[in-house]
Design a binder for this molecule. Sequence first.
Ligand code: UTP
Length: 292
Amino acid sequence: MSIKPVKTAVFPVGGQGTRFLPATKAMPKEMLPVVDKPLLQYAVDEALAAGIERLVFVTARGKGALEDYFDVARELVDSLTAKGKTAELATLEETQIEPGRMVYVRQQEPAGLGHAVWCARHVVGRDAFAVLLPDELLWNPASPALKEMHDAYMKLGGNIISVLEVPEEHTHRYGIVSPGRRDGLITEVSALVEKPARGTAPSRLAAIGRYILQPEVMDVLALGKRGAGNEIQLTDAMAEMIGNQPFHALTFTGTRFDCGDKAGHVTANIALALEREDVGPAVREWLRAQQF
Ligand code: UTP
């Protein structure tokens, strides 16, 4: 049977972002800017680069700014046009997605990442789909993460998750892979453990917020089993599928910033600013002048 390209991506953006309070009291975490673009824009760009056509956002109360961001800001466009501000107008272009390609679903309680994904089940239907966590900024402009995963998916089928080796002392924060056979950057997944207790992790390969999944994961999530933190965990649902379906991890080769964490977000801003022609020189000059 030939493998069909993945056309739907789910962006779970219903979390409360408690690690980023007070900023997230009145602003969704996914709208935090890295230089001048919100985190969500980076994730959407990555999905589009992988050929995704339908974008499903699982939002929550207080996340209206996310919908406004991808809407047409008519008054702003009119006022920039009247003032001849063409460069500023051009920056709005990437926020314009063809009508009908974006779907918004509400997660009515923050019951966990698995629950957020399950909320998208009627839109996803019975095809394979991608999941992108926008607070994980996977930076690899020459070869975006989801595109690399999708290329692997077209050969291997089944389920593919993006992983990175993390220090042993950080493994308790992640979903960790129990590795099977390795072939270059591809590792067979023989089990998955969500947030293993310190010293018990089966490897240092951590899931970093990008997934291509078969629709059967929705059937497992529908059982509503609670896991770590009394939340419905995506990792637990994926773990139940191993053995019934092919399951692989692809090691990410770019730079990953955990922007749900304050230090990760600040670092992402510095790193991406340094790459830019407009703001890079000023940031570099300031950094050089510091006595670290
Ligand atoms: P996090 O584990 O980072 O949780 O979620 P959080 O609530 O966003 O942030 P903290 O830990 O309180 O600071 C990972 C991803 O899963 C989504 C989040 O929006 C984020 O993209 N998520 C999490 C949901 O959509 N719903 C949930 O119930 C939990």
